[in-house]
Ligand binder design. Structure first.
Ligand code: B1M
Length: 189
């Protein structure tokens, strides 16, 4: 909860460390869901608590000079409603000095392509949390590449691997939000 996050900050815990603990807690929630110990409503409550907690953390995590490195379009692919990881990636990329255009969740291929066509877009970042939406990610990457524009394409999310990224022709895969921000800087350097 936001109050617990504030309490941890007040007690002097590092914001990044608090975030890591929160991510571990979400993993535990996923584990319980897989084992049939909890159900979608409980997952939803956990997700809401996580989001509110991240809002409290955000000012303590962000550092960067706004927008200087260019624009990054980000979204969760079609059919997929998970956005906590995507939001963290967006936040870290913004902190790394990019202007972030967040398309939200369940983003159709055409919407990614249209947003990427905007002036100054250097990177398009796609997130997927479900094995069932990996084909939508593949279709999104294919459509973005077919435009022939010179932005880079980054992919990530729990079921995504380097092997999958190579197969669909993405320019980069990273496993977590911090390395996504680092990679984004490298891609435009
Ligand atoms: Co869902 N869900 N969920 N869920 N959910 C998972 C993903 C699942 C693994 C749970 C499980 O079974 N153990 C499972 C997927 C199984 C699979 O595909 N093999 C699952 C399922 C099955 C479902 C539903 C189908 C359940 C149902 O309805 N029967 C349903 C699908 C809805 C849909 O999308 N169409 C569903 C729904 C939901 C909620 C809505 C209830 C809620 C999401 C709320 C929200 O996001 N606003 C939810 C939640 C909370 C989860 C778990 C518990 C937590 C996800 C999360 O936020 N993790 C999840 C289990 C788990 O992952 N442990 C689960 C914390 C977050 C910080 O991590 O998103 O992985 P993550 O992001 C990381 C990295 O992946 C990476 O960086 C982030 C931070 O370091 N990353 C990127 C992410 N995007 C990146 C992009 C990059 C780079 C890195 O570059 C562009």
């Amino acid at each position: 909860t936001p109050a617990a996050v504030q309490e941890a900050l007040d007690a002097g815990f590092d914001a990044g460390e608090i975030l890591n603990r929160m991510i571990s807690a979400m993993d535990a929630v996923g584990e319980k869901f897989r084992n049939g110990e909890i159900f979608v409503p409980e997952m939803l409550i956990s997700a809401k608590a996580m989001k509110k907690g991240v809002e409290v953390l955000k000012p303590h995590l962000s550092t960067g000079a706004a927008g200087a490195r260019g624009k990054v379009v980000i979204g969760t692919v079609a059919g997929d409603l998970h956005d906590i990881g995507k939001n963290l990636v967006a936040m870290m990329i913004e902190s790394a000095g990019f202007e972030v255009i967040d398309l939200g969740v369940d983003v159709p291929v055409e919407k990614f392509v249209a947003a990427a066509a905007e002036e100054g877009v250097r990177i398009v970042a796609c997130s997927a949390l479900l094995t069932t939406t990996m084909p939508a990610m593949e279709a999104t990457v294919a459509a973005l590449k077919a435009t022939g524009k010179d932005y880079k394409i980054m992919v990530g999310g729990a079921p995504i691997t380097q092997e999958f990224a190579d197969k669909v022709g993405a320019d980069a895969f990273t496993a977590d939000a911090a390395s996504a921000a680092k990679k984004a800087k490298e891609l435009v350097a």
